[in-house]
Ligand binder design. Structure first.
Ligand code: PEP
Ligand code: CO
Length: 468
């Protein structure tokens, strides 16, 4: 996953267990402070007979990512916050164990790489590639129960907690699922590392794949950008660019760190610095429902060294932004903090400016990225949770407009997408309609952009980036 000069340093890191509550650990009291705070969105399974043994097992397993990689990502994100890079973060709303197959993972990585080529051309700066992958298994829910036909069962909280089927057995939270989530993350990450260092990411191949997109007459509008990219690649080739070297790309893993027992058990002290790193993924974020300043999630995140994100919904106040900065980034460290706004297309232009101004007044330069998905969820006439592609695009455009007006940096996008030909979001140049949901709606959680819609969004964002 990480290549080049830092590899040997990364590999030489060793870890000791972190957290005073774990047997035989070095002890790090700050890592347990979250236990004294009110906590939301947990399954309430501490008394389950398999809970303690599952957590203990997790804390003895190897880290999924390495401190050196995490530090490199922080540097990359610091560059993005200054406009010297751009972050592309994407993947499923909820990964599932069943769909963590080679085909599905490669389609997702491939789509992200295709989007990244288009965005790199538009932005003329490096694109940081980050999956909502290899750990995105826990979901916050608006209600802890679900009722169907008079029967009430625990809500589905993601494969790391319980099963999706609407039966009492499937919906019973099972702590052993945390171990399956760990192993599924490990195998996903292993495949991603192989793809992104083993030739799959060859720039020439990636841009060839994009020909499939422009060959579709519905995408004629994007032909001229595609032709410009083709000319740029040809130019690089004529100049003698070492395409072999470009076969290896950095790719980072991220997820919402919702289940704090899981995250805590995978937190390790880096042997060089004795500082704690969440080793469940390179980048972790706090969701809109768990970002209270006095809550357990903010407390836990304040104790780890990783670059972290916080989702900011439409009700976020300027004071909350100031407080989050003080708590999570007291040293104003470049790359440490990313704010992921998810306002809704109709609200971003009004709500985002005061939050950006609050961060400026606090002397911070967080990375600002847009999640144009979660504020734009609607129910279709035939009963599916969906999003209109036009709303997604409108929120992204609003994000660029706000930053342009303030002279600040629109640093990235965060999308729910897949590499497959699903029908979950409405519209796009080759439009998806509601009838298609009956056959091709697969998400267990929120609706994702399909392969074509994802590429189309990349072309539209690239057009904006050329103006940045
Ligand atoms: C998500 O990213 O899937 C999610 C639940 O988002 P939010 O916290 O913004 O609602
Ligand atoms: Co979602």
């Amino acid at each position: 996953m990480n290549q080049g000069k830092n590899t040997s340093e990364i590999n030489s890191h060793t870890y000791v267990q972190a957290g005073s509550s774990q047997p035989g650990t070095a002890g790090h009291p700050g890592l347990d402070a979250w236990r004294q705070k009110p906590i939301k969105q947990q399954p309430g399974w501490e008394n389950h007979p398999d809970f303690a043994s599952s957590v203990e097992k997790l804390s003895s397993l190897p880290p999924l990512v390495f401190a050196g990689e995490v530090d490199i990502l922080r540097e990359r994100l610091a560059a993005a916050a200054k406009g010297e890079a751009f972050l592309l973060q994407g993947g499923d709303c909820a990964e599932t164990f069943a769909d963590s197959t080679a085909d599905r993972i490669s389609a997702k990585v491939r789509t992200l790489l295709q989007m990244a080529v288009v965005l790199t051309y538009g932005a003329s700066v490096p694109v940081i590639k980050m999956g909502r992958m290899a750990g995105q298994f826990a979901k916050p829910r608006s209600s802890s129960e679900e009722t169907r036909g008079g029967v009430t069962l625990p809500a589905f909280r993601g494969d790391i907690v319980n099963g999706f089927d609407f039966t009492p057995e499937a919906r019973e939270p099972d702590p052993k699922r945390m171990l399956q989530a760990y192993h599924t993350s490990a195998s996903t990450l292993n495949l991603i590392r192989a793809f992104t260092t083993g030739g799959f990411a060859d720039l020439r191949a990636v841009y060839q794949w994009n020909r499939g997109f422009t060959a579709n007459p519905a995408n004629a509008r994007y032909e001229s950008t595609a032709a410009q990219i083709e000319r740029a690649v040809n130019f690089m080739e004529a100049c003698g660019t070492d395409f072999e070297a470009l076969k290896r790309v950095e790719f980072f893993a991220s997820h919402e760190a919702l289940l704090l027992e899981y995250e805590h058990a995978l937190t390790r002290l880096d042997s060089r610095t004795s500082l704690p790193y969440a080793t469940s993924g390179h980048f972790i974020w706090i969701g809109e429902r768990t970002r209270e300043i006095d809550g357990a999630h903010v407390e836990f995140f304040s104790a780890v060294r990783n670059p972290i994100g916080v989702k900011l919904g439409p009700t976020t106040t300027a004071q909350e932004v100031t407080d989050l900065i003080e708590k999570l980034d007291p040293r104003r460290e470049p790359g440490r903090l990313t704010f992921i706004s998810r306002m809704g297309a109709g609200k971003i232009r009004e709500n985002l400016p005061r939050l950006i101004e609050a961060a400026q007044a606090a002397g911070a330069q967080p990375l600002w990225i847009t999640d144009p998905m979660h504020g734009n969820t609607v129910t279709s006439a035939n009963g599916y949770k969906t999003r209109n592609f036009t709303d997604v695009v409108d929120e992204v455009m609003g994000f660029f407009e706000v930053h342009q007006a303030l002279g600040t940096v629109p640093g990235g996008i965060h999308v729910e997408m897949t590499g497959d030909d699903v029908a979950e979001c409405l519209g796009g140049a080759d439009p998806i309609d509601e009838a298609a949901f009956e056959d091709r709606y697969e998400s267990l959680c929120d609706p994702r952009l399909n392969h074509m819609q994802s590429l189309e969004l990349a072309f539209l964002v690239a057009e904006q980036l050329t103006k940045r």
